[in-house]
Design a binder for this molecule. Structure first.
Ligand SMILES: Cc1cc2nc3c(=O)[nH]c(=O)nc-3n(C[C@H](O)[C@H](O)[C@H](O)COP(=O)(O)OP(=O)(O)OC[C@H]3O[C@@H](n4cnc5c(N)ncnc54)[C@H](O)[C@@H]3O)c2cc1C
Length: 349
């Protein structure tokens, strides 16, 4: 999200929920047809280069929309996590060696919970529909129970989430052994617009990956004005221009400016938004100044900010994707967010 906001601030057009349906090379350019999932409207854009960073869908986009005959293959490996009420009272993480040669972790999560992950299993269905299986829940509970004094039981699980790692298929026999390195595949026929496809990757190495992608496309794209190659190392993401490790200090500052904020609330805002929380906290001196209170510290002002600046469109975006506040709310409170957002976006009855 912060990368999208950063790119938008530097002039990028961000088109959420918009699918590239087909693309072809024409006169040294790529011509892309795209469809907006919201309105259903179709549009066409022309580019000098195309980067296919469709994650788990990279191969599908490559051979489908882009009609490439590339032989590159993705190995889809499911990874799932469970969230349980907190198992320990400090802020450090555990890494446990599991008997099958893998490791699992237990990390303090959203103040009141512990996050336990992950699994590694081949996945052959639609990545958009991935969900934890009962066998994965059992595996994570059993692995954590080897180490904690009190066993972790499937009935303790309050929430789960899963993802699909789009690993480059290097022919490894076991999912856990497939390479975690990112792999580029470049197609640049002479005189034609290039196509760069990205397989794999990690959040921890995304800037290096992006810089390397631009090095590969050097000469095709205009350089960012005034920026030398490899300029991202010292750049902070939006809201992050405070000293490293300074979230507690920032939370203290928020509490001085807005005395009604509880310590845990102020810390969440500092961690989630950094300095940008001030964009919607404004000059508020009471909770009522932030509009309607939806519970768990979520205010109307925060939701409206997420809708205006972080492309949030529905309650799931706000409660689970931009935050994990859904964990701290009742079903009725989550429904209230849903109804309010429908009303504000004109979808309400
Ligand atoms: C279980 C699991 C655990 C992980 N753990 C770690 C970790 O501990 N540390 C770490 O650094 N990384 C980790 N990762 C990796 C990290 O999550 C990914 O590297 C990162 O999210 C990839 O981001 P991305 O933007 O490249 O791809 P994605 O976030 O997958 O985005 C791809 C986008 O392409 C879009 N798309 C698909 N088809 C089309 C189309 N036709 N037109 C337009 N758009 C399209 C999709 O909608 C999607 O939004 C983990 C991943 C998983 C699954």
């Amino acid at each position: 999200m912060l990368n999208a906001r950063d790119a938008a601030a530097r002039g990028a057009a961000i088109a959420t929920r918009t699918k590239v349906t087909s693309a072809r090379r024409e006169g040294g350019l790529w011509v892309l047809d795209q469809t907006c999932g919201r309105s259903g409207s179709a549009s066409t854009i022309r580019t000098r280069a195309l980067v296919n960073a469709a994650g788990p869908w990279v191969a599908e986009v490559l051979t489908g929309a882009l009609r490439s005959n590339s032989k590159a293959r993705v190995r889809q490996v499911q990874g799932s996590h469970i969230i349980v009420p907190k198992l320990f009272d400090h802020d450090r993480a555990y890494i446990f060696q599991n008997a099958d040669g893998r490791i699992i972790f237990a990390i303090p999560y959203e103040e009141d919970f512990t996050l336990i992950g992950t699994t590694d299993q081949d996945y052959h269905a639609d990545p958009a529909k991935v969900a934890i299986t009962p066998a994965e829940i059992d595996y994570l509970c059993a692995a954590a129970s080897e180490y904690f004094a009190r066993p972790v039981m499937p009935r303790d699980v309050v929430w789960t989430y899963s993802g699909v790692r789009p690993l480059y298929d290097d022919g490894a026999s076991e999912a856990k052994a497939a390479t975690r390195d990112y792999v580029f595949e470049m197609e640049a026929p002479t005189g034609e617009a290039p196509l760069l496809s990205i397989f794999g990757g990690k959040i921890t190495t995304y800037r290096r990956l992006a810089e390397e992608a631009l090095e590969r496309l050097h000469g095709t794209l205009a350089q960012t004005a005034g920026k030398a190659a490899g300029w991202t190392a010292q750049e902070v993401l939006p809201g992050g221009a405070f000293h490293a490790g300074g979230t507690s200090d920032l939370a203290d500052a928020f509490r001085r400016e807005h005395p009604f904020l509880a310590p845990a609330e102020a810390l969440r805002l500092a961690r989630s938004y950094g300095l940008d929380a001030r964009a919607w906290l404004g000059t508020a001196q009471t909770r009522a100044d932030l509009g309607r209170d939806f519970g768990a510290g979520l205010s109307e002002a925060e939701i409206r900010y997420l809708m205006a600046y972080e492309w949030a469109e529905n309650a799931d975006d706000v409660l689970w994707r931009r935050s994990k506040l859904g964990l701290h709310m009742t079903a009725a409170e989550r429904d209230a967010v849903r109804h309010a957002m429908d009303e504000w976006s004109g979808k309400g009855a």
